[in-house]
Write a protein that binds this ligand. Structure first.
Ligand SMILES: Nc1ncnc2c1ncn2[C@@H]1O[C@H](COP(=O)(O)OP(=O)(O)O)[C@@H](O)[C@H]1O
Ligand SMILES: [Mg+2]
Length: 248
């Protein structure tokens, strides 16, 4: 039996009277693309932020490759191979695409000051260039990020998460705000990254066609709880899911 990369057990987080996450458990296997769907306010981002050390959960355990990582800081998690993208863009508009990638990698290796006094390029340029080619953004590599379309900036944002060569990447709505014509490209890209870099992904996304096409398994969250976990075919055929979510 393969051991899970990520194991979340009975995770809970409340904001006052709102139980944002009310006892969520799931496992992500090596190399798996694990989708998370659910209506707005169902606790997807709160679950993500708990796993990523951005907020501290009220209860529950989070294990990475069998080790307890509950309560570790985002920096410590990134050192242990956990990457993320945010629901909103996190690129530096006044920097070139290539420099955005390089800074993203430096962020995970040290402090701001460490970065400023570090040698200008310690192999990061080559890593950035490999991702620029894989993401097919060579033609804009030297452009300032804020001159790119939203969809292209999203690609840069995703590429930044891969600079640290993570084993596990959590992506919060990678297609949000992206022109529908580019959604297929993001799916193809994530499949390519999954195949060539052997990482596991957890992907929150509203775009149902995208999730069904991309993910090996999908977890459906409703009101802070897990309604179902299964393959795309199982989720499509699940009556409870249809009633509670897909049907509306
Ligand atoms: N920082 C916060 N303070 C208070 N309530 C919050 C906060 N973050 C999320 N919530 C509430 O928790 C619930 C789950 O939100 P969220 O995790 O963002 O859901 P989703 O990502 O599925 O849309 C919602 O009712 C939301 O209003
Ligand atoms: Mg959200």
């Amino acid at each position: 039996m393969m051991a899970p990369v990520l194991k979340v057990t009975d995770l809970k987080k409340a904001y006052g009277a709102i139980q944002a996450v009310g006892g969520v458990s799931f496992e992500v296997m090596p190399g798996e693309i694990f989708g998370v769907i659910g209506p707005n306010g169902s606790g997807k981002t709160t679950m993500f932020n708990s796993v990523l050390g951005q907020i501290s959960p009220d209860a529950g355990a989070i294990e990475l490759n069998g080790k307890n990582i509950t309560g570790l800081s985002p920096l410590e998690l990134s050192r242990r191979g956990v990457g993320r993208t945010f629901q909103t863009l996190q690129v530096f508009g006044k920097m070139t695409v290539r420099d955005n990638l390089i800074v993203a990698a430096q962020e995970h290796t040290g402090s701001m000051f460490g970065r400023m006094f570090a040698p200008p390029d310690s192999g990061l340029g080559a890593k950035a260039d490999a991702l620029i080619d894989q993401f097919r953004i060579r033609h804009v590599a030297d452009s300032l990020a804020n001159t790119l379309s939203y969809g292209q900036q999203k690609l840069v944002d995703i590429a930044m998460a891969f600079m640290a060569e993570p084993d596990l990447v959590l992506l919060d709505e990678p297609c949000a705000g992206v022109n529908p014509s580019l959604v297929g490209g993001i799916s193809t890209l994530l499949k390519d990254l999954n195949r060539t870099r052997k990482g596991s992904f957890v992907v929150i996304e509203h775009n149902m066609d995208f999730v069904m096409d991309l993910c090996h398994r999908i977890m459906v969250m409703v009101e802070g709880r897990v309604l179902a976990i299964g393959t795309p075919a199982e989720i499509r055929a699940n009556k409870e899911v249809l009633d509670a979510y897909l049907g509306n």
